[in-house]
Design a protein around this ligand. Structure first.
Ligand SMILES: [Zn+2]
Length: 182
């Protein structure tokens, strides 16, 4: 699937990762191959997969084609072990958060219900104004609002921050689908 440009998403917990192509031919936004769809067709196609479906996805990242040279090169990114350690630390923070609260059935941020979101995803004034602006400009649903807060909480946990700070929230907002931001 990654040979084409795609909106890829990995759902928060148990579900499989999946990909949604950006247009019927699959090349809309591709750096090397032109999309052959008429603009109106692309818009119609994106509208069809947008709304409720995209709303249920936590992280939207447009993934472009990767050159063979980049994949086969010796240049290494962060090692899997290092990433695993970082993620485990964030998971431990979440586990402690919920076992020390009334919500012992919640294991991680993704499991939070509205009550936990209210309790653990408080925003500071700066974050509140950012969220207020995003809500109106991006026309976010209540579901999207809670998803963004949960994601921001996780980003803050990964950063080792007790508070959700504006950069954490901004990063979470960035993962909303671009086509819904138009
Ligand atoms: Zn196309």
């Amino acid at each position: 699937m990654l040979s084409k440009s795609a909106f890829c998403y990995s759902s928060n917990t148990k579900k499989m990762s999946d990909c949604v192509h950006p247009c019927p031919c699959g090349y809309h936004g591709d750096s090397q191959k032109p999309c052959t769809c008429a603009p109106a067709v692309v818009t119609k196609y994106q509208k069809r997969i947008s709304g409720p479906l995209l709303d249920r996805i936590d992280i939207h990242i447009e993934v472009s084609r990767v050159d063979y040279e980049k994949l086969s090169g010796d240049r290494l990114g962060e090692s899997s072990e290092a990433i695993r350690k970082r993620v485990q630390t964030a998971r431990d923070i979440q586990h402690n958060r919920f076992t020390n609260s009334q919500s012992t059935d919640v294991l991680c941020n993704a499991d939070m219900r509205i009550g936990e979101v209210r309790q653990f995803c408080k925003l500071q004034p700066e974050g509140q104004s950012l969220m207020r602006a995003a809500m109106s400009q991006l026309n976010l649903s209540a579901r999207a609002y809670h998803r963004i807060l949960k994601l921001a909480r996780t980003i803050a946990d990964l950063a080792g921050s007790e508070e959700i700070q504006s950069p954490h929230l901004a990063e979470a907002l960035q993962y909303r689908p671009k086509l819904m931001m138009v």
